[in-house]
Write a protein of this length. Structure first.
Lengths: 272, 263
């Protein structure tokens, strides 16, 4: 379909204007608002003890959740693609649940299991372990919401590469472990990396589920997104600048993530 | 009886242990907590469940949430298709940059998106547009966070579309409008619909980008959050169950359309 130059230009202008208003403006605003009162003020807000510990806690959450979900993701993708049993099919259809369930419901669900009146809450409380309103619950929430990414990126790649090379390796006398490390893993590596990037972004940015199970205490249960929320919710223009400073930290992280996504999108075989 | 097989036995085929561990992990992390919500919702008298779901606050929240999500899906379907079209069929400097930018809402923490909307359309709006704490800003936030779904689902289909069919139609005298409606749109429709369904599902449960900007607009996830905060887990669980059922229906629809959840 050949469209006139004028129609083409107006379609382009409409699309770009829409993206400018919806995507670009917000990011520009974060940076502008952060450095409105000077770099020193912004830096001050980024280096308060609360802000430093929030960044540390956020990174820690991702550091626990992402490796767990990566190992699970690779194993589960192998199960779904290579086994084809009834249970594997059930697994395949349930994997997406964390994408579909509202983060608030995730928080509620964890409270109902591990909270003080929850199924196992009393048992944990008797053993001196607090999960809800403590970092442990926040880790569980983060693992929940970032669970499907690696599976969903790896499974289609695994399907596409097939197992001919593995069969060749096996014929040449390789053990299953050797085949996995030298053939399977290298051939799915871009899918794994892409999945890891997506789960990291989600783990660092999660707020809904974590909000429900956090006590919002600076220094112990305040992640960077929660700090943004807390500071923005406080009255007074000062705290709002603090919120923008924390938001800028998150925005910088997400721009790095975006760069990584763009770099790896080209290498990853398109699963669609 | 074991049949003779020619396929070598040691390709990487996970055994029962891998299957068992995967199932166990998913059960502990995801299924057990969700089961707790379902159990909480159904272990009350039917009257109490009905009351939790049909009281004026809940009904209003459900209606606002579903209408806002539906509007998001419809507007997102149109704008997403337009953006995908421009990215695939148009050539202009900076196209690759714009293409990379599309994923921004997946990379940017949702609370940051909410904060920026507050700055743009809140009380100190530089344009003098005050949308904060209204339904309009809920829609803007939802359009922001769901933008990539339709674009990323339509783009690959549009790339692979056979342009010779369009040329043939044009040579037979079909106008651009006819070509778009009869040839291009039918080919794109499954991708548009599955992208829009994903956007809808995401919008229904969204809270992160909204928590700072909804004010008194009661959307379902905010009502659930308020119920949890005021120690009314049964009411929260009841409304949650309704939302989960809505999400499951959407999931089935997406599967029917052959789409992938996530992206």
């Amino acid at each position: 379909m050949v469209i006139s130059r004028r129609a083409r230009l107006s379609l382009r202008a409409t699309a770009l204007l829409y993206l400018l208003l919806l995507l670009v403006m917000p990011v520009v605003v974060v940076f502008f608002k952060t450095f409105e009162h000077g770099f020193g003020v912004a830096w001050g807000w980024m280096t308060t003890p609360a802000a430093v510990s929030a960044l540390t806690l956020s990174l820690l959450m991702a550091l626990v959740a992402v490796p767990l979900n990566t190992i699970f993701g690779v194993v589960c993708a192998l199960v779904i693609v290579r086994r084809r049993g009834r249970l594997a099919a059930v697994l395949d259809s349930l994997i997406d649940l964390p994408f579909l369930v509202s983060p608030v419901i995730v928080g509620l669900a964890l409270t109902l299991v591990y909270g003080i009146h929850g199924w196992f809450g009393t048992w944990f409380a008797d053993h001196g372990v607090q999960i809800i309103f403590a970092p442990a619950g926040m880790v569980l929430a983060t693992v929940f919401v970032s669970l499907p990414f690696v599976v969903r990126e790896v499974a289609p790649v695994l399907f596409e590469v097939g197992d001919e090379q593995e069969q060749a390796a096996a014929t040449l006398g390789a053990t299953t472990w050797q085949t996995f490390w030298r053939i399977t893993l290298p051939s799915i590596r871009w899918g794994v990396i892409y999945g890891v990037i997506l789960s990291t972004a989600r783990a660092l940015g999660e707020i809904g589920a974590v909000l429900v199970v956090s006590s919002l205490v600076a220094g112990s249960t305040l992640t960077l997104p929660l700090l943004v929320y807390q500071r923005a919710d406080q009255p007074g223009a000062d705290a709002v600048t603090g919120a923008y400073a924390a938001a800028t930290e998150l925005a910088v992280i997400s721009l790095v993530v975006l760069l990584a996504m763009t770099a790896f999108r080209a290498r990853r075989p398109d699963p669609r | 009886m074991q049949r003779a097989r020619t396929a070598p036995r040691s390709t990487v085929r996970p055994g029962g242990l891998a299957l068992g561990l995967s199932t166990l992990y998913l059960s502990v992390i995801v299924l057990l907590p969700l089961a707790a919500v379902a159990v909480k919702a159904v272990t009350q008298s039917p009257a109490s469940f009905w009351q939790s779901v049909t009281n004026p606050t809940s009904i209003k929240a459900l209606v606002i949430t579903l209408v806002a999500s539906l509007l998001t899906a419809v507007i997102g379907a149109v704008t997403g298709t337009l953006v995908a079209w421009v990215l695939v069929r148009d050539q202009f400097p900076g196209r690759r940059f714009i293409n990379a930018l599309i994923d921004l809402p997946f990379a940017l923490p949702t609370v940051v998106a909410g904060l920026t909307l507050l700055a743009l359309y809140g009380p100190d709006s530089p344009f003098g547009v005050h949308l904060a704490f209204t339904r309009a800003i809920v829609l803007v936030a939802l359009l922001f966070i769901t933008l990539p779904f339709v674009v990323r689902s339509v783009q690959p289909v549009l790339l692979e579309l056979d342009r010779e069919v369009e040329e043939a139609a044009a040579s037979l005298g079909a106008s651009n409008g006819v070509i778009f409606r009869r040839i291009i749109l039918p080919a794109l429709l499954p991708a548009i619909l599955s992208g829009a369904a994903l956007a809808f599902a995401r919008a229904v449960g969204e809270i992160g980008s909204l928590v700072l900007i909804v004010g008194k607009v009661q959307i379902a996830s905010i009502v659930i959050f308020a119920d949890i905060e005021s120690d009314a887990p049964q009411a929260a669980a009841s409304l949650s169950l309704v939302l989960i059922v809505v999400s499951l229906i959407v999931l089935v629809l997406i599967r029917r359309l052959g789409g992938r959840v996530g992206h």
